[in-house]
Design a protein around this ligand. Structure first.
Ligand code: ADP
Ligand code: MG
Length: 395
């Protein structure tokens, strides 16, 4: 199985690569380096737009922006990803849509800051990243958060971390045009090492819940299913519409308002079997997040395994968002001794998380690879992680 963190990249530290990129793109030294992590959602899938609960944690895989201010309103950005440099000025950030491609994530941050009334400094930035792109580990939010942290510091802007997720989300929603919720940006900006972030998507309140895998002798194996995303956008919209329609039929603002002990009554009021399955997933998934949080608060990390596995079964059978590759990875991980395993992210591909005894991570990864080979699937990627810190200035 390939190393998910550095597919084909040089094995030097990501911050060193950002600095080297800055030097070769611009000459001279950056004024500082800012890092933001990718994230994985431990549990709570498709609950965000139902005003419910999610529980992401930050990955040790990070995106780093090496940056320096410059006079005037001009921004130049190099990314290791393509070796390409993009450049834009005040005109391009006067309205969404004027910078496209990956540069839109950077221009979107500048645009959103200016929209919010901040005096954004001109800057030169160089980006390097260990977060795989488009695998559902939120490389987009990592890029936004690293750039945002750099611009806030370089300009001495008054924008504390608790107000940064909304702004980064606005960059992605309104400038890039990707309709994401608040989870990704909240996670990459606000997570803490050794903790998961319990986020209430209704009021955006957060709690840092202890998730000290290291102390428990555990780790999370992240497997990139490498499954081709089949109709993911259309399926996402369909699930969302189904949840909203069900909430309307049940007379509640959102499915979050259906209590788990009221679920049988709620289901009895819905005629359509598919809608009943969708509702059952969301309502039980919210409860599984609450149960996971309760176990973690009590320091019972091992015990969350069955909740992760139950979440997967609910996504597979009731929400119907899994694909054979992710089901295979989950089954193989469990057979090889994982304490729990589930798909993470919106579905139809993306990554699988397995909670494992730290010493067994490679054995479990090998079992997943073998199961993939048996089914004739393209080899998955993997990386073993502990919960890391959120966005931060490195130096
Ligand atoms: P995910 O956030 O799950 O990785 P997205 O589709 O939301 O997937 O975001 C991926 C996009 O973000 C990439 O196609 C690219 O445009 C942009 N991106 C992320 N990281 C970088 C990077 N280091 N350099 C350039 N672009 C990046
Ligand atoms: Mg993204």
């Amino acid at each position: 199985m390939t190393d998910l963190a550095r597919p084909g990249r040089p094995a030097t530290d990501v911050a060193a690569r950002a600095t080297a990129g800055f030097r070769s793109a611009y000459g001279g030294e950056p004024a500082g380096r800012w890092a933001a992590p990718g994230r994985a959602n431990l549990i709570g899938e498709h609950t965000d737009y139902n005003d419910g609960f999610v529980l992401p944690f930050a990955l040790p895989l990070r995106t780093v922006a090496a940056a320096a201010g410059r006079p005037g309103q001009r921004w130049t950005v190099w990314s290791e990803l393509s070796g390409e440099t993009i450049d834009f000025g005040a005109d391009e950030v006067a309205a969404p849509g004027r910078v496209t491609g990956w540069g839109a994530y950077v221009a979107g941050v500048v645009w959103a800051l200016r929209e919010a009334g901040h005096a954004v400094p001109g800057a030169r930035l160089a980006i390097a990243s260990d977060v795989p792109l488009g695998s559902g580990l939120s490389s987009s939010a990592a890029l936004e958060a690293a750039v945002l942290a750099a611009l806030v510091d370089l300009g001495g802007l008054d924008l504390p971390p608790e107000r940064q997720p909304r702004l980064a989300q606005r960059a992605e929603n309104a400038y890039v045009g990707a309709p994401t919720g608040i989870m990704d940006q909240s996670a990459v900006i606000r997570c803490r090492a050794g903790h998961a972030l319990f986020l209430d998507c209704r009021d955006e309140s957060v709690e840092h819940v202890p998730f000290d895998l290291d102390a428990a002798g555990l780790a999370v194996l992240v497997v990139d299913s490498r499954a081709p995303h089949r109709h993911a956008d259309g399926e996402y919209s369909a699930r969302r519409a189904s949840c909203e329609a069900a909430a309307g039929l049940l007379g509640v603002p959102a499915l979050r308002d259906v209590p788990v002990d009221g679920l049988p009554d709620a289901l009895a009021r819905l005629d359509d079997a598919e809608t009943r399955r969708r509702v059952r997933h969301v309502v039980t998934e919210d409860q599984r997040v609450l149960d996971t949080v309760a176990l973690l608060r009590a320091g019972s990390v091992r015990e969350i395994g069955p909740l992760l596995t139950a979440s997967h079964a609910s996504m597979r059978d009731d929400f119907e968002i899994t694909v054979p590759e992710v089901d295979t990875a989950v089954e193989a991980a469990l057979s090889a001794g994982a304490l729990g395993a589930r798909m993470t992210g919106g579905g139809f591909g993306g990554c699988v998380l397995a909670l494992v005894d730290a010493g067994r991570a490679e054995t479990v990864a090998a079992a997943v690879t073998a199961a993939y080979a048996e089914r004739g699937f393209a080899a998955p990627g993997h990386v073993t992680v502990l919960p890391g810190p959120g966005a931060t200035r490195l130096d």
